[in-house]
Design a protein around this ligand. Structure first.
Ligand code: BGC
Length: 744
């Protein structure tokens, strides 16, 4: 046994685990082996399969979507006492940004530009999930997303591979702890491998065409970082990647993931994805799908039932060697051994209540929410507001919406409990007169399939036109009576996430119309956005003095918003995605290659004649209640050898009157070489807290990982001996510039 020095607890040695796995495997029948490769989907409406019988026979290795927690121990008892080899089940669920204590969505976590914040959030999520009886979460979601129309942009870290890789590793550490099997932790799952975020037109599930160059330079780095952080599992993506569905893609799952990166855990399909290989027009039938998925390197079939139906037959008729089955089963058994499930298969059912009651869970959530918010505009220093304000109107359909405050993925066994913005403001100003009017409701034009999980009685009936008009007028009248208006606008929770792509990025419904009418009253207006994706808020950016991007901030979201609006916390988040001015400008991202007609050149041609596609807010952007200067760029050397490293140092000074955070960001550009390289690429960052007048010097290092790239022309990783630009600053438009050369 290895003693873990941080916690004093023990992790079994690799050799010990391997020997144990072989011993278990040696006693298993083919049926049981296929069982370990089978994950049962126990949605309330899918329980027809009689899971008890399947588990009793050893026909399941894992269970997901089971929301009746009492069933965990019941099913586990059947597995460990009645099934032939007595192998415990792995219980799994999507715990994406919190179980009971909800944290900001992953896009918001990335806005903190502070990996320790993401790690802390997922540490609490793991603790609560484990206390609930879960062993495995389907996160972190690591898909780079450059198209804000794609609904699942909310689940990831945004557009950038460098930031994405840092957030990936941090979330894996948070979920898994110091080692796989750490107490109060769960297995993490890096998903959706790979390229899912580049769906054609931002349409969820649509095919993806990405060159190997794009995959390796942009879409793979977060996944590779997860492997380096020892992630236990991967999930294959749904869609076709260059015409080969990810779930049947041996190049991805075998050659790259295991061959090149040395991943030793197991891969689960996305839900029903093995069976979908037939629907997608790839596999001839279920048998073909099972064989090709297994051969591609897909260990576990999530809920499609294709493996249990076909794998044993394929082995029996000689189409599939038993060695391939054994190889697929081993890492699943290994994770069960590492989690200690053979010794401790059950969960204490009283534990969850104790764990979620820990006060630090809520305080962590509040702190993380504060650190995730991005101040987009603050004209004339309207914010922070004075606590002496006595007459406040809170307006907008999301101001008192728990769903919008908690955000996406709160569907399985979820108990809503968020502090809304309205509640947060009332708690902050107990003596003030705070009037609230929601204005017209907002709703999707086309319902989501996921609405099937919302009980009928909880579904809001659509608002009739007359009611909406009355609500609109009431909202204006309410604002008219106030000295100051906080408008809370954006998107409902079901407007971003899976199957929640949209063609426009405008504020849905009549929200902008209401905003214009309220601004026309001439009162000071603060706009708080609750949303899961960048929105094209051009009018607001021009006409509303203060805008706070609060994302979907979680359980303590309303308190965190109030903390920021009234200056008890100073915003320091930065955008992990560019904000396009129009949905039709997507995909829009900062790390583009130069062209023959770059902006500023004599031959410059506007890319569109009906409005420039420059972002409304650039990647990396965010304001503070204080101001900073970043100066004195120093390089440790003017030249660095291929394979060597150099450091870049700047001085950051808080030039304002209050303490605050700045995120120092380092961008590079390789000026020429074997391939054209993006005009800017993030290659270092650090969030620092500075007192008024304080100066800190920040050093960031550039080594071969930061300076190399996958070369399209050479078909391999390389580092060119070329000249580089370097910029350091507070966003992706940073102007402080230096240069160096990589030499052979
Ligand atoms: C999603 C995955 C999720 C899985 C299990 C799928 O629909 O694409 O992200 O982990 O369901 O709930």
């Amino acid at each position: 046994m290895d003693v873990n020095t941080n916690t004093g607890s023990t992790a079994p040695s690799d050799a010990g685990v391997a020997a144990r796995v072989e011993a278990i495997l040696g006693g298993m029948s083919l049926y049981e082996k296929v069982g370990q490769l089978t994950q049962l989907g126990l949605l309330p409406n899918m329980l027809g399969a009689n899971p008890e019988d399947v588990i009793r026979l050893g026909g399941a290795g894992s269970v997901l979507w089971l929301t009746d927690r009492k069933q965990y121990n019941v099913l586990q008892k059947i597995a460990v006492e009645e099934s032939p080899s007595k192998i415990p089940l792995l219980f799994a669920l999507d715990v994406i940004h919190g179980y009971r204590t909800v944290f900001p969505t992953p896009l918001a976590l990335a806005s903190s530009w502070d990996p320790s914040v993401a790690e802390r959030a997922q540490t609490v999520a793991a603790r609560e999930a484990r206390a609930a009886g879960l062993h495995w979460t389907f996160g972190p979601m690591l898909d780079i997303a450059r198209d804000a129309r794609w609904g699942r942009i909310v689940e990831g870290a945004g557009e950038d591979p460098f930031l994405g890789a840092a957030m990936a590793a941090a979330q894996v550490r948070g979920f898994q702890g110091d080692y796989i099997g750490s107490p109060e932790h769960v297995l993490a799952c890096a998903k959706h491998f790979a390229g899912y975020g580049a769906a054609d037109g931002g349409r969820d599930y649509d095919p993806v065409y990405l060159s190997e160059t794009q995959l390796r330079n942009t879409y793979f780095p977060p996944f590779q970082a997860a492997v380096k952080a020892n992630v236990a599992t991967f999930m294959s993506a749904y869609m076709d990647l260059n015409d080969v569905p990810a779930t049947g893609n041996r190049w991805l799952l075998h050659d790259v993931l295991r061959g090149e990166w040395g991943f030793g855990g197991f891969v689960v399909s996305d839900a029903f994805a093995v069976g979908n290989l037939v629907i997608q027009g790839f596999a001839r039938d279920g048998r073909d799908a099972a064989q090709r998925a297994l051969h591609a390197g897909l260990n576990m079939d999530m809920a499609s039932g294709t493996y249990p139906q076909h794998l044993a037959g394929l082995v029996e008729d000689g189409s599939l060697p038993m060695t391939e089955i054994d190889a697929a089963v081993r890492p699943i058994l290994e994770m069960k051994v590492r989690l200690g499930l053979f010794e401790n298969p059950y969960t204490d059912e009283s534990l969850l209540a104790q764990v979620i009651a820990r006060p630090e869970h809520r305080s962590e959530s509040r702190l993380v929410a504060q650190r995730s918010m991005v101040l987009l505009k603050n004209e004339g220093g309207l914010l922070p507001l004075s606590k002496n304000v006595s007459n406040l109107a809170v307006i907008g359909p999301l101001a008192d919406s728990m769903e919008a405050t908690e955000g996406s993925w709160m569907i399985f066994d979820h108990v809503p409990g968020a502090v809304t913005v309205l509640q947060g403001l009332r708690a902050k100003l107990p003596g003030a007169n705070i009037q609230y009017a929601p204005g017209p409701q907002i709703a999707r034009d086309i319902r989501s399939w996921f609405d099937n999980f919302t009980p009928e009685e909880n579904r809001k009936p659509a608002q009739a036109a007359e009611q909406a008009e009355a609500a609109y007028q009431t909202a204006i009248e309410t604002a008219r009576g106030a000295d100051l208006v906080v408008m809370v606008l954006g998107e409902n929770a079901d407007m971003a996430g899976e199957a929640a792509s949209r063609a426009s990025l405008d504020l849905p419904g009549r929200q902008e119309e209401l905003l214009k009418a309220v601004v026309a009253l001439g009162k000071p207006v603060v706009l708080v956005l609750l949303n899961g994706r960048p929105l094209s808020i051009n009018w607001a950016a021009e006409n509303v003095p203060a805008i706070l991007e609060a994302w979907e901030p979680g359980t303590e979201g309303g308190n965190a918003v109030a903390d920021i609006l009234f200056g008890d916390a100073n915003p320091g988040g930065k955008l992990p995605v560019s904000f396009p001015r129009k949905g039709s400008h997507a995909p829009l991202y900062y790390a583009r290659n130069l062209t023959h007609s770059p902006e500023g050149s004599p031959m410059y041609n506007p890319r569109y004649w009906d409005g420039l596609p420059v972002p409304l807010y650039p990647f990396g952007f965010g304001l503070s209640y204080t101001s900073f200067s970043i100066t004195n760029l120093q390089l440790s050397a003017a030249q660095v050898k291929v394979g060597g490293s150099l450091s870049v140092t700047v001085d950051v000074t808080n030039t304002g009157a209050v303490a605050g955070d700045e995120v120092v960001q380092l961008y590079i550009h390789q000026q020429a070489g074997s391939d054209s390289r993006p005009m800017r690429e993030l290659r270092g960052f650090e969030r620092v807290t500075l007192q008024p007048g304080e100066t800190r010097s920040v050093t960031l290092t550039l080594g071969p990982d930061e300076l190399g790239h996958w070369s399209s022309s050479a078909g391999k990783w390389l580092q060119d001996a070329e000249a580089f630009d370097v910029w350091v600053g507070a966003d992706s438009l940073a102007e402080l510039h230096g240069g160096f050369a990589v030499v052979g």
